[in-house]
Every structure is written in structure tokens, then in C-alpha cells.
Design a protein around this ligand. Structure first.
Ligand SMILES: *[C@@H]1O[C@H](CO)[C@@H](O)[C@H](O)[C@H]1NC(C)=O
Ligand SMILES: *[C@@H]1O[C@H](CO)[C@@H](O)[C@H](O)[C@H]1NC(C)=O
Ligand SMILES: [Mg+2]
Length: 280
């Protein structure tokens, strides 16, 4: 038996890639996979980034990384073979610095020593808030207590706690390790205050990326491997969200997913860029 599909004229098949004017890309699981020996680029991604770079569609890499500067992060990607500079990257630290400036805040910083230089333009005297990032081995008893005491010295209604990410734990090489969210929760609990997360999938964070792209949010697509934070988070803000079948993607859980319906699924970044460039 032959089955014929007819497509009525003037009734185009709408696809996620039509009308896209700006692209946000998650990094880990989309450009490369992390691993004990520094990880490896995902096949086709290096070339896909280059094609996107020479196209007219602006893009930004959106990462949760808060333990290194954008320059170091860009250098890491360059070592993997990607043609990337710091300007291509949006991560929580610059978004946080922006927010501190806008709100005239003076933070007590509980951040990794490697990212301290990024806060150089911010006064930390007489702090009126606490800002935390992933500090891995620098999350010491005394560092946590110093942040705790800073918050406690403020009147309960004025306690401002910002966290660059709200993750519970992540994979570092072969080990699972506590993420900044777990430490921030400890301070939340001890100080009876509510943390504000500046990182994916928070609006604060995506807003900065969209501003840098210079396009309307509804004309943007976010491509990621985390169906909740990347895809669902982007859709909740009015962007399109596309799921890649690389990184932490698991067919049994993510396709279909119990809560999130992505605007599209692609095998990898290379396929996403193919579709974007042939439809725009
Ligand atoms: C990186 O991309 C730019 C285009 O944006 C191009 O001019 C440059 O040659 C590329 N560099 C490498 C090393 O491929
Ligand atoms: C990044 O941090 C957000 C915000 O707290 C968290 O919910 C999310 O799971 C993280 N996303 C990834 C991909 O690690
Ligand atoms: Mg990812």
C-alpha cells in the first residue's frame, strides 16, 4: 500500500528554526563533554560553531560555570579546537556584577579566588549582601561562617543572599561533588532568608544574554542538553527551547519528557546549525 502525504499550499510546516534571529547555546553536553582528563569536543560541534560564527545569526554561549573567568573558560574551549572568545560567553559572574552595579550593592564575596578579579570594579566595604559562587575546595568552615555572620549582622528583612547557580551537585571528573546551591541552602536555613539565584534557568541571567544578542526574546532559541533548566527554562521565558541528543540526554526520560515538550529535538549541535542556516 502506498501512503501519500499532501501539504496544502500556504500552509507551511512550522518548525522551531524558522524566524530565529538569535541563538543561545549551553556548553557542557552541547559543545563538549566533560571528563576526568578535561573532556572532549562533541563530533561536528567545532565546525558548527564556526559556521554559526560566519553566519548573520548572533549567538552566545550560556554557561553556569562560576569557578573560572570567561577568559579562562574561552581558553579551555579554544584548547578543544573551538573558535571562541570571552565575548561569545555569558556566564553568571558578569551577570552578577551587572546586577550589583544596577542595585548599588556591596557584596561580601564567597566566590572562587580565580573569579575575584571579575569583581574588581565593585566595592566590598561595609557589605549589604552576600554573593556566592561555586568555590569547590574553598568552601571552608571559616569561609561559610564569615558569610553567615555577615548575613546575621543585617536586620532579618534586609538579608540579601545571591547565589550564582542553584545546582545541588555536579560531576567533576569521576566524582559527584556538592554544588553552590547546597551551600547557599545552608545559609538560607541558618539566616532565615531566601536566596536569589543568578544563573540558568533564572530570568535575571537569561535577560542579560538576550540583551547582548540584541534581539527580541520570542525570536530566540536556546539549545541545550538539560531538558529542565535549558529547554524548559528558556520556554518559560518565551524563547524556543531545543533539546540535543548529546550530553546528559537520556532517551528513556527525555523523549518524551513527562513535563517539558521541546520545540524540537536534534541529534547534535551540527544538526541544529544545519537546520538554522538552511531555514534563515
Ligand atoms: C574565527 O572566526 C572568525 C570569524 O568570526 C574568523 O575571522 C577567524 O579566522 C576564525 N579563526 C580561526 C582560528 O578559525
Ligand atoms: C544551572 O543552575 C541552575 C540555576 O540554579 C540550576 O537550576 C540548573 O540545574 C543548572 N543547570 C545546569 C545545566 O547545570
Ligand atoms: Mg549542559
Amino acid at each position: 500500500m502506498k501512503i501519500y502525504f499532501f501539504r496544502t499550499k500556504n500552509q507551511p510546516i512550522m518548525s522551531w528554526c524558522e524566524g530565529v534571529k538569535g541563538v543561545l547555546l549551553d556548553v557542557t553536553g552541547v559543545l563538549y563533554n566533560s571528563g576526568p582528563t578535561g573532556g572532549a569536543a562533541i563530533e561536528g560541534s567545532i565546525d558548527a560553531i564556526q559556521r554559526l560564527k560566519t553566519s548573520h545569526i548572533p549567538f552566545k554561549l550560556c554557561s553556569n560555570e562560576s569557578t573560572e573567568t570567561r577568559a579562562n573558560f574561552a581558553a579551555k574551549l579554544t584548547k578543544h579546537g573551538f573558535n571562541i572568545t570571552s565575548d561569545d560567553i555569558v556566564c553568571p559572574v558578569p551577570a552578577m556584577v551587572d546586577l550589583l552595579k544596577q542595585e548599588n550593592l556591596r557584596p561580601h564575596l564567597l566566590v572562587h579566588p580565580d573569579v575575584l578579579p571579575e569583581f574588581a570594579s565593585i566595592s566590598t566595604e561595609n557589605p549589604n549582601c552576600v554573593v556566592m559562587g561555586d568555590c569547590n575546595t574553598h568552601f571552608t568552615y571559616s569561609a561559610m561562617n564569615a558569610a553567615f555572620n555577615t548575613l546575621l549582622s543585617m536586620s532579618p528583612k534586609d538579608r540579601k543572599l545571591y547565589s550564582m547557580g542553584g545546582g545541588k551537585y555536579y560531576k567533576d571528573g569521576d566524582d559527584l561533588v556538592l554544588d553552590v546551591g547546597a551551600y547557599a541552602k545552608a545559609l538560607e536555613y541558618a539566616c532565615d532568608c531566601k536566596m536569589v539565584v543568578c544563573g540558568k534557568p533564572n530570568k535575571l541571567f537569561y535577560d542579560q544574554a538576550i540583551r547582548l544578542l540584541g534581539v527580541n526574546i520570542e525570536d530566540c532559541v536556546m539549545i541545550g542538553d538539560d531538558i529542565i533548566s535549558d529547554v524548559g527554562g528558556a520556554q518559560a521565558l518565551g524563547m524556543k527551547g531545543v533539546q540535543v541528543r548529546t550530553g546528559k540526554y537520556r532517551a528513556v526520560f527525555d523523549e518524551p519528557h513527562s513535563e517539558i515538550t521541546p520545540d524540537g529535538y536534534v541529534d547534535n549541535l551540527a544538526e541544529a546549525v544545519d537546520l538554522l542556516l538552511s531555514n534563515n
